[in-house]
Design a protein around this ligand. Structure first.
Ligand code: KG4
Ligand code: ZN
Length: 354
């Protein structure tokens, strides 16, 4: 493997990192949370413009942290899918331009593969196979990780992602943005059993329920109806209890499926990735249930749960080691299933001088 610089701009964080295999040598994240807060969500055009303003500063400061220059860098990587197209374009174009200028290989990275690799940064000895519970603002997936680039999607949400549900419930409770960390904080002061809420289940045509697929839009609506009912009755809204009850329901739904999924597939380890992996309720519930089932669980440190470039660089370093290279005409894509990671690496067409 080698020393890789990676750029991540798929949503609202401008992030640049340098890793040596699974070791972080520099890690810079310029968050746009304060900018998007006034809109209550990420505004794609605004995000792209701010990536453009921050990217050069972030690159300069990651080299300051690393304490060396371009000569040491063996490959340049960027998130190319999935994400906001305008935002992805900024990072991918910067990485490709640098690859051309510095005559280094370019490696496009799948954002979700990055979230899977976040766990390797704190657990460098971790190796597949394992189950990854990937819970972010855009995805909720149960993925069997077989080897680098080889993934099987076993289950997913049929509607809202877990992080999206946290953000929407926070908005309807009027408690702030982004919703996940706010709900997490409020839930600590509330009673998780105050309001029994429905866990979304997916019915199968032959009867029964899908063992791994989940749904969070019904839960969000249940919280809305609860708030409306309490308002109609002229009662104060017990925000902490609602936050705790909601978080408990999400954590339970994810835990149940992840433990069942790992058991069915005889996987000894569950690795959690994505912003919702930072959630204290999920950390507690899943750790306890997995321990009972004799399954090991790894959560990345909080700074590697939400979007960062160290996880992208870590995934890129392993692809680099395997000889995977991306062409400079690799497009950015708003959607790309995790099962299609291989499409990013078109070794037959790598430019001759790279
Ligand atoms: O992985 P991420 O940074 O970006 C995406 O790839 O989507 O995840 C962002 C999501 C947001 O929905 C945010 O509310 C949620 O992760 N999140 C949390 C927590 N911290 C961030 N959700 C629950 N609890 C948290 N502590
Ligand atoms: Zn993400």
């Amino acid at each position: 493997m080698g020393i890789v610089l990676a750029i991540e701009t798929s949503c609202d964080e401008t992030a640049v990192a340098i890793v040596n295999n699974r070791k972080v040598l520099g890690n810079v994240v310029a968050s746009q949370i304060d900018i998007h807060r006034e809109f209550g969500g990420v505004v794609p055009e605004v995000a792209s413009r701010h990536h453009l303003e921050s990217i050069n500063v972030c690159i300069a400061s990651v080299f300051e942290q690393a304490g060396f220059g371009w000569d040491e860098v063996e490959a340049i990587a960027a998130t190319c899918a999935p994400g906001l197209v305008g935002a992805l374009l900024v990072g991918a174009s910067a990485a490709k331009t640098l690859a051309m200028l510095k005559q280094k290989p370019f490696i496009g990275v799948h954002h979700l593969e990055g979230h899977i690799y976040a766990s390797y940064l704190s657990q460098p000895d971790l190796e597949p196979p394992f189950l990854c519970l990937l819970v972010s603002g855009g995805h909720t997936s149960f993925i069997e990780v077989k080897s680098c680039g080889e993934y099987e999607l076993l289950g997913q949400t049929r509607d809202d992602a877990a992080g999206e549900a946290f953000d929407k419930v926070a908005r309807l409770l009027g408690v702030g943005y982004p919703g996940g960390p706010v709900i997490d904080r409020l839930a600590k002061e509330g009673n998780p059993r105050a309001f029994p809420l429905p866990e979304g289940r997916i019915s199968l045509p032959e009867g029964g329920y899908h063992p791994y697929d989940c749904s969070f839009s019904g839960l969000k609506t249940a919280v809305l109806y609860l708030v409306q009912r309490l308002e109609k009755e002229g009662k104060d809204i017990p925000v902490n209890d609602i936050a705790a009850s909601f978080q408990y329901t999400v954590a339970k739904a994810l835990t149940k499926r992840a433990v069942r999924c790992a058991g069915d597939r005889q996987l000894q380890t569950i690795v959690v990735g994505g912003g919702v992996a930072a959630n204290s309720g999920l950390r507690q519930t899943l750790t306890a249930a997995a321990q009972k089932a004799g399954i090991a669980v790894h959560f990345p440190p909080l700074k590697f749960c939400t979007d960062n470039a160290a996880m992208i660089a870590c995934a890129a370093a392993e692809h680099f080691d395997r000889g995977d290279r991306s062409t400079l005409d690799l497009p950015v894509q708003s959607r790309l299933p995790i099962t299609e990671v291989a499409s990013l690496y078109d070794t037959a067409e790598v430019l001759p001088n790279l």
